[in-house]
Ligand binder design. Structure first.
Ligand code: DX5
Ligand code: ZN
Length: 216
């Protein structure tokens, strides 16, 4: 079980403090949301942030959630910046491109994940199963932090767990809090992206502890 903070809703002017506080609370991986203003209607960070992050926190993993339909420019850019894991969206490119970019990640020793939106059927992951370290089941429509967890996602998580078996990590992203983390865990998820609940609701270490209690 792993909690991966999303820094999207952290304090941009005090990012270093927000990251350090989470690391001090035991966090070993951050989820960095990359939004291109085209695949989703919002903008966030670029490769420079990932490069800076890895320079300052080389022992902490940078998981890149690539919400972009421009993999040709951005996948190499984030790999060069030091990404440890890259999550590609099924809806963002052709299956041929997905195959190509997953192979590229594998040959660059970067971990792979396929992200699926709430209305994408779970069985699309089976074609790519042999190339995936992880599947990301979106529990909100991507684009913004602070949205409500879609409870129907529990069924989707169960289906993906059935397809992928016990050895592939299943991550959930969107609206995860002290209640919804239990729904996701009981359905078979083992990595939990948490944004607003960690960064908008009070002391980070305390929020991490509350979540850990539920998934222990
Ligand atoms: C949504 C992003 C999420 C989001 C999570 O498009 O992919 O990672 O920032 O934030 P919360 O936990 O606030 O839903
Ligand atoms: Zn995300």
């Amino acid at each position: 079980m792993l909690i991966a903070p999303s820094i999207l809703n952290a304090d941009n002017l005090n990012l270093e403090t927000d990251i350090k506080d989470a690391i001090a609370a035991g966090i070993s991986r951050f989820h960095i949301d990359i939004m291109d203003g085209h695949f989703v209607a919002n903008l966030s960070f670029g490769p420079q942030l990932v490069e800076d992050f890895k320079r300052e926190f080389p022992m902490t993993d940078a998981e890149i959630h690539l919400m972009s339909d421009n993999p040709d420019d951005l996948v190499p850019a984030f790999v060069n910046a030091g990404a440890d894991l890259v999550e590609l969206h099924y809806e963002a490119m052709s299956e041929k491109k997905l195959d190509y970019w997953l192979d590229y990640l594998i040959s660059n020793d970067v971990k792979t994940s396929l992200a699926i939106n709430p209305d994408t059927p779970s069985d699309v992951v089976s074609k790519f199963a042999s190339k995936l370290d992880q599947v990301l089941v979106m529990t909100v429509y991507p684009g913004f932090g602070g949205q409500k967890f879609i409870t129907d996602s529990a069924e989707k998580i169960k289906q993906v767990r059935e397809i992928m078996g016990p050895d592939t990590a299943i991550e959930v992203d969107g609206g995860v809090n002290g209640q919804t983390i239990k729904i996701a865990k009981d359905a078979g998820a083992d990595i939990f992206v948490v944004g607003s609940y960690l960064y908008k609701d009070g002391d980070i270490a305390n929020q991490v502890r509350k979540l850990e209690k539920v998934i222990e």
